[in-house]
Design a binder for this molecule. Sequence first.
Ligand code: SF4
Length: 249
Amino acid sequence: MKDLVQPTIPNSQVQIAHVQDFAETWTPQHVLSWAFQTFGRNVAISSAFGAEGMVLIDMASRINRDFRLFTIDTEFLFPETYNLMDRIEEKYGISIERAYSALSPEEQQRAHGEALWSHNPDLCCNLRKVEPLRRKLGELSAWITSIRRDQTSVRSAAKRVEWDAKFGLVKVNPIVDWNSKQVWRYIHDHDVPYNALHDQDYPSIGCTHCTRAVRPGEDPRAGRWPGFNKTECGLHIIEPAAAAAECGD
Ligand code: SF4
């Protein structure tokens, strides 16, 4: 890994091209080490504190006690999610960086009407997730996500290390080839804290307005934006399309 450490911080597809193939053979821990060595304080984990995100946070804490972690706080999260954030800060001794929409929930209601999520969830996700993320990523040279290829069709081509053309920085996906079983095995083997809603049939957790429990046999993401043909909030889709695709969570 030492030979692969960059003399300067990579800032284009060309500059990460030679690392990409090697990275596909690395363990998640190796990918994280490479990211921390290469980008220093200019890389941060992005998380909405789903099961996958908790795995990454725990792994990172064993490699670099001083890692950066941020979340997009839509101000519509479940109490269980805010409670988990408190537990993370206490257990790992870090302070979670929180990015907010430029509009408070009240300002959004005045500007776009009541319950925007119920009639235009793409606009709501843009205002509360995508734009805050864009601002946050403007501070960074790379971000680390916990997406998995088998979660949605949009994520199926993701690589461990890739150039994020949408936001203009390097994107690192250490557990991109893991499945749900591996995630939960890690959580139980390492006694990792997780969102209490996972034990109440919420495999994927976002905002209160757009998340419900799933029924037996349903797709794990069926509880996200029920009633809409939408599976993502726009954080991980390649094109800045108006109609969104997913969320980091
Ligand atoms: S998940 Fe729902 S409430 Fe949250 S930002 Fe998107 S549309 Fe709005």
